[in-house]
Design a protein around this ligand. Sequence first.
Ligand code: FES
Ligand code: MG
Length: 592
Amino acid sequence: MTSDSGGRRLRSRDWFDNPDRMDMTALYLERFMNYGITPEELRSGKPIIGIAQSGSDLSPCNRIHIELAKRTRDGIRDAGGIPIEFPVHPIFENCRRPTAALDRNLLYLGLVELLNGYPLDGVVLTTGCDKTTPSQIMAASTVDIPAIVLSGGPMLDGWHEGELVGSGTVIWRSRRKLAAGEIDEEEFLARATDSAPSAGHCNSMGTASTMNAVAEALGLSLTGCAAIPAPYRERGQMAYRTGQRIVEMVHADLKPSDILTREAFLNAIAVVSACGGSSNAQPHIQAMAAHAGVELPLSAWQDHGYELPLLLNMQPAGKYLGERFHRAGGVPAIMWELLQAGRLYGDCPTCTGKTIADNLGGRESGDREMIRPFADPLMDNAGFLVLSGNLFDFAILKTSVISDDFRAQYLSHPGAENVFEARAIVFDGSDDYHHRINDPALQIDEDCILVIRGSGVIGWPGSAEVVNMQPPDAMIQQGKQWLPTLGDGRQSGTSDSPSILNVSPESAAGGGLAWLRTGDRIQVDLNHRTCNALVDNAEIARRLADEPPPPIPPSNTPWEELFREKTGQLGEGGVMEFSLKYRGTARKLPRH
Ligand code: FES
Ligand code: MG
């Protein structure tokens, strides 16, 4: 039988092949026999491969993995490994209160303990719904055993009365139609259900599709994995090949630390930008880089992404959905465009054992309506802008979703293009927004910017997708779809709102939004990347001294309290700083 890889003793042997402590070895072995793994096999030196199962009834977006794991097991077995499947903390973006953002770091902590504490030589990370991808990659980086990402894939395209309806995007668009009186609630619900026709994660380029594209761009999934729709035959084949490949990776000792370089993260930013990907990629990429020990300055979002064009015609920035993306070539076809244009680092190593450039050979798209050539994109300069000023040190703006009418209204003033000023309407969290947005006393008009605070890591807690606030119903009824928005929370990756997001520090951490008042004027200058309240320093000091800070709701659970204590701001990725020092845990085996 295969013994240890290249003379290297696999870590699982410390459990199952320990002549000095036969009593311990016997204890470790016995229960695995109950489902057919023999002691001889466990002691033979075959790699033991974990399948981190993220699918469950509570994680419907990832539920396909319950089926896919069977194919993954076959692949692992056929390549000479032993599969061991185990659950990870479930995450369901849409359903989890007060927000699934609390769960990314919780899944991370749990998975680190599993990978460190059990006899696993490598792991298949089963990803899908938004935070299930970054959390598992963060954990694999901390432990640093060979790891490969298998995404579950998006749902089939949603159709409603001949129109493509994309996950999430249809909700935000239908909300505006509902407010305008164009549809009723029954029609609203019909559009929502039609957008979700099958197993899989969100079928638009929301956070799920974005993060799985990121995993592939980082070199952590097999080429072409991310975009295959969940129910497609190819998805099962990908599961099988992923199972085979992780066994080879263990033999080659190919670890996250060999793959996750600075260049790999810059490639990920480029792919997010060219895809019109989710603004949630910012904290997640920042967090994965931190756990990989890679220094990624916040300016990288702008310096390596802003000037890239929008190549992918997928909702919310474009028209189509995931099935067409896959048929058009998926993530490799986007990366191929970037590589040809010299905007991708081609020599990054990947889980295939080859470089990015090797993986991408011949991956040019044949569907130019869906994936545009670099020289003829859907939009120029479509990446992210990083803003700062007296209200915050960091915020991000996704430019690929700034519509033409928004640009014409706010960003096209002759002599001061890309600069606008607006009167702030400040809300303390989303309940306050919903209670007051239609209050005529606020006198909200086109000169306003809607601001939400108390929606960050500490304030919510967790940081909520609430910044994509829509204007008052009366304005929508008059045809006004957008107002600029600003906030210390996030926005859904499926939203097409032009928002200033992820403000750090948040109001609850002493950020400038805490002293902002309704009626203050805010100036946004996209040329100089600034956002300032036009309030003088003496007045700011007076407010800080005389007025109480905005209220923060109490924690409801032990984890909420601990999360608030340990988690950093969104700009820095919302990581638990203390955990970063444990990178490379697997190099030191846990004691018997
Ligand atoms: Fe789970 Fe979108 S809600 S993938
Ligand atoms: Mg989301």
